[in-house]
Ligand binder design. Structure first.
Ligand code: AMP
Ligand code: ZN
Length: 121
């Protein structure tokens, strides 16, 4: 994590640093994943970079492999969770109109049931 920005007041940075006890469903040097505290589907996990990136809008060219790895972690978690064949959705909320609440980049992995249409609310 050397040289990588972490924010003391960012809840997902604090989770990544182990300051908020959270059971990880996946962890490596750069990425962590855990179950959403307020699940919107039978399976609802969040995949985050340990480095603070406020949203996809702040991701840079240098983050390319990190973003790719996050997608592959989603695939691996879907397989582990037994939803790879039934299907799943990967969501990245970015900015006001998306309803992004936590200003630390994260992918929602949703599945385990039929998920309906987009933007239904
Ligand atoms: P978003 O609206 O895309 O920013 O989604 C933020 C998500 O983070 C929501 O689905 C919350 O339920 C979830 N969340 C907030 N705090 C925690 C936490 N401490 N542990 C797990 N999930 C959380
Ligand atoms: Zn953060």
């Amino acid at each position: 994590m050397e040289g990588e920005k972490q924010l003391e007041d960012c809840i997902f940075c604090r989770i990544a640093l182990g300051q908020i006890p959270t059971k990880f469903v996946y962890e490596d040097e750069n990425i962590a994943a855990f179950r959403d505290i307020n699940p919107r589907a039978k399976v609802h996990m969040l995949i985050i970079p340990k480095k603070h990136i406020a949203s996809l809008a702040q991701a840079e060219e240098e983050d390319q492999s990190l973003l790719g790895r996050m997608c592959l972690v989603a695939r691996r978690l879907a397989e582990k969770e037994g939803i790879a064949n039934s299907g799943y959705r990967l969501i990245c909320n970015c900015g006001k109109d998306s309803g992004q609440e936590i200003a630390h980049l994260h992918f929602h992995l949703l599945g385990g049931q039929f998920l309906g249409i987009f933007a239904e609310e």
